[in-house]
Design a protein around this ligand. Structure first.
Ligand code: SAM
Length: 832
């Protein structure tokens, strides 16, 4: 790009941030000097460096003015500190580009006349003490605010503005055990299969010493981290003293001699780290409570003293519930305090972040920041990846905590999407953000995993939610003050129930490259029990040879390399596809190929049926009185390249084996077909959707299972009969896929007569013997986002002995074979 165009683009970017060209010009000039006219670092991240430098410049100007006005020592000290801070971002910037696009060193950075010395960077040189202590805030959470994983070129808020104060962010240590502060009586008897506690308890690490902050012994810190219930808040009036809400320790019972103030509600919140006497008192009492037993699965509390009088509390459970609670008690000192709307607060915070913390990322939002915060907690707590939790957490503003139902909605019944997160603010100045991962989201819905009333003396806000175990505490037992802690208890579940607990955010439980969502609401029937498997597995005696030796050179292309598709002469694999590639370069089944496959299924004239001499299906039914074969549809195969071929995994002739790539969702069909599968994005014609995965069985075994009766309402089997009729097939060779107990998303695809939007194509990957092949579904036409995906099961609705349990077809296709059948029988009965 020409320099002029680059300059104009930079002006434009700054203008978008409300920075005038006049302000931008001198700073840009200087930055170009600093970077030796190298635009790369300046243009990066939407001119972040430039914006940062302009802000720095403005700050410097303000400081210069201050310097002129202020003469006393204090002002000078402050300036020194601010100068130090000011240098740091630039130092980081410079360090970042050192050795690559290195700006010329040794030049002073001129920002609009104010000369900023470039800090000397000496490798290995110790950093000044205050910088060290600030560096300590650069735990993973330092990046959480910006929602970025990597190091940030722009100073984080805590680095710039938390001048010498105790760090806001807690250091979370995983694996290091500390005693849990709160417990419930049920912990003693609790047999909780799901919440077996591991050593990865989340807790706070003692902050390292900072300038001006006296290190607090760990025991005292733990006390400061204790959740203390405000003494007499309206909802607890009349509550017997022993009815202490779960995880809330009444301060008066803990800190004797510590008086409450006039309104009785503030004093207890004032937990100052250095308040040794009370702290000790609390320590003992809390210790006593803790030793009474820890409820596995409880939320564990990490309470971070921000700076009195504000307390940040984080509660997390091994099930992945994370709750953040911020108590801004100074609000209580103000009689005119009103509860602002969460939207208002978010907006205000975003402006503040923009102004004060110089977060200029246009996608920055406080909600995201909180979500990232919770996500980080879950990541550290679960030892899982960010990716696996990515965007699972929803923050839902809920303001009116005085309405029980609203709060319950926010916490327990967070909405139809199954999420349970909430941000609540209350009249007493506490703000809660709660989020839970998928299991938690599921268990507050109607699925079996549910909350269990912890007993008479302990109440959680969730007690009023039907726990799914038949226990429902009256809502009067609910203590609204306990909202800062929500503790989940779980029923004992049998393995079958556990299987039912599908992760609403990804029913594949990470088995696929993409997540498959479950649209679940509390009115939904439960998802049938099954284990998600991404690839078919062989059951017992199914005769299936996966050995490499059976794949001869004629069945693969060992001499190919890279991608087979650009080859002029089709390779051995593609020869098997009629001498041409079945897939286009973008992975779609080629039009002609697809049309042929579709016609074979849809068009009766083009349908070719093959008849077995001794049909295995009939043999299953009655070997002694063998019925003639009813015919099997001839299908066109696609042969994909495979590991024994010389080409790479990214060869265009490998589509199905790469797995699902589109966004899918399992949902409850409104017509009454049960669960179904739909796409969340537009799919072009010929796109691979998914493979039908299940247990590879002999059809004898399928028949046996059918006779045994699984009790399942639905059937989940597919015959692998595309090559039957070519000779005598033994009972061991006649195979099918059964996805009843083990399967993938395909088990949710419902049937549609004739004009279904998916077509089934048999795929040969690693087994040249067509007794086994993969069953892949491709779109027969372009499919709209949110359209249900269907395929024609090929059911003859007149045949009641079909391997599929008969059902009344609700496909609503105008070609519906079942409808025609029922019309036929209706007209037959009329004519009789
Ligand atoms: C492979 S499963 C599909 C998923 C199933 N709906 C579920 O909830 O798990 C096949 C079963 O779904 C139901 N089904 C599929 N297509 C249907 C249709 N067009 N009309 C009525 N029921 C259908 C039948 O009970 C059938 O046995």
């Amino acid at each position: 790009m020409a320099t002029k165009a680059r300059v104009l683009a930079a002006y434009r970017a700054m203008k978008d941030l409300g920075i005038s060209e006049q302000k931008t010009k001198p700073v840009l000039k200087n930055l170009l000097k600093v970077y030796d006219r190298n635009w790369g670092p300046i243009e990066e991240e939407n001119y972040r460096v430039l914006a940062d430098a302009i802000f720095e410049y403005e700050d410097t100007e303000v400081m210069e003015k201050k310097k002129c006005q202020s003469t006393d020592q204090e002002a000078l000290e402050q300036e020194a500190q601010e100068n130090d801070e000011l240098e740091r971002p630039l130092k980081r910037l410079r360090l970042r580009y050192q050795g690559q696009e290195a700006p010329s060193h040794g030049q002073p950075i001129q920002t609009g006349g104010s000369s900023l010395k470039k800090p000397k960077v000496e490798p290995g040189a110790p950093e000044p003490l205050n910088q060290q202590s600030q560096g300590m805030t650069q735990s993973p959470k330092s990046n959480v605010g910006s929602g970025r994983a990597g190091p940030q070129p722009v100073s984080t808020p805590s680095l710039l503005r938390n001048k010498g104060k105790q760090p806001v962010s807690a250091q979370i240590d995983v694996g290091d055990k500390v005693p849990q502060l709160f417990s419930s009586p049920t912990a003693l008897s609790g047999k909780n299969m799901l919440t077996e506690r591991t050593s990865n308890a989340l807790h706070l690490k003692e902050p390292r010493a900072e300038m001006g902050i006296v290190p607090v012994p760990k025991s005292k810190l733990l006390i400061a981290n204790a959740l203390i219930k405000p003494k007499d808040e309206p909802f607890t009036d009349g509550m017997p003293p022993d009815e202490v809400p779960l995880a809330i320790v009444h301060p008066e019972s803990l800190c004797e001699g510590r008086p409450s103030n006039a309104n009785g509600s503030v004093e207890s919140l004032h937990l100052v780290v250095s308040d040794a006497e009370c702290v000790n008192g609390v320590d003992k009492c809390v210790g006593a409570v803790a030793s009474s037993g820890k409820q596995e699965g409880d939320l564990e509390v990490a309470n971070i003293p921000v700076k009195s009088p504000t307390t940040l509390e984080i509660a997390a459970s091994p099930l992945g519930e994370v709750k953040i609670s911020l108590n801004c008690e100074f609000a209580l000192d103000r009689p005119n305090f009103h509860v602002p709307s969460i939207d208002e607060v978010m907006k205000y915070m975003e402006d503040k972040c923009l102004r004060s913390y110089k977060i200029i990322d246009p996608s920055f939002s406080v909600t995201n920041l909180m979500r990232d915060f919770c996500e980080s907690f879950l990541v550290l707590g679960n030892h899982c990846t960010d990716e696996s939790l990515e965007k699972q957490i929803n923050i839902t503003p809920v303001v009116d905590v005085l309405k029980e139902s609203t709060l319950l909605d926010a916490i327990g019944h967070g909405g139809n999407d199954g999420t349970t997160s909430a941000v609540c603010s209350s009249w007493n100045g506490s703000v809660n953000a709660k989020c839970s991962d998928s299991v938690a989201a599921t268990h507050v819905s109607d699925l079996p995993l549910a909350l269990h009333s912890p007993g008479k003396h302990m109440h959680s806000i969730m007690d009023s939610v039907d726990d799914g175990c038949g226990e429902k505490e009256p809502s009067s037992s609910m203590d609204m003050n306990s909202k800062s802690i929500v503790v989940g208890h779980h029923c004992q579940l049998d393995p079958d129930e556990i299987r039912r607990l599908h992760d609403v955010n990804d029913i594949t439980r990470g088995e696929e490259k993409v997540k498959v969502l479950l649209l679940y609401d509390s009115n939904s029937e439960s998802l049938p029990s099954f284990y998600y498997i991404p690839q078919s597995v062989v059951f017992q005696n199914a005769e299936l040879n996966f050995s490499l030796s059976q794949i001869g050179d004629e069945d693969c292309c060992p001499t190919c390399s890279g991608d087979c598709s650009p080859l002029v002469t089709p390779c051995a694999c593609t020869c098997r596809n009629g001498g041409d590639f079945a897939y286009s370069s973008d992975g779609l089944v080629k039009e002609e190929y697809l049309e042929e496959c579709v016609a074979m299924v849809r068009n009766p004239q083009k349908q070719r049926l093959m008849y077995c001499k001794e049909c295995p299906v009939e043999r299953c039914k009655n070997e002694d009185m063998l019925e003639p074969c009813k015919g099997h549809l001839y299908r066109k195969f696609i042969k994909e390249c495979w590991s024994k071929c010389g080409c790479s995994k990214y060869c265009a002739n490998r589509v199905v084996q790469r797995g699902i790539t589109c966004k899918l969702q399992v949902f409850l069909t409104p017509e009454g077909k049960g669960w179904g599968l739909r796409t969340l994005e537009v799919l072009p014609k010929g796109a691979f959707v998914c493979e039908y995965v299940g247990e590879i069985l002999t059809i004898m075994e399928l028949h046996r299972r059918k006779l045994q009766g699984s009790g399942d309402k639905h059937s989940y089997s597919v015959l692998l009969d595309a090559d039957w009729g070519s000779g005598v097939i033994t009972s061991e060779q006649a195979l099918c896929l059964d996805a009843t107990s083990y399967g993938n998303v395909a088990r949710f695809i419902n049937h549609r007569c004739l004009d279904a939007n998916l077509v089934q194509i048999p795929i040969e990957v690693d087994t040249p013997n067509h007794m086994y092949y993969r069953v892949a579904f491709f779109t027969a036409r372009e499919v709209d986002a949110f359209e249900e995906l269907t395929w024609d099961y090929g059911i003859d609705f007149d045949d009641h002995d079909h391997h599929f349990k008969s059902f009344d077809c609700l496909c609503s296709s105008s070609f519906c074979r079942d409808m025609k059948r029922s019309n036929r029988s209706k007209s037959a009965s009329i004519s009789r």
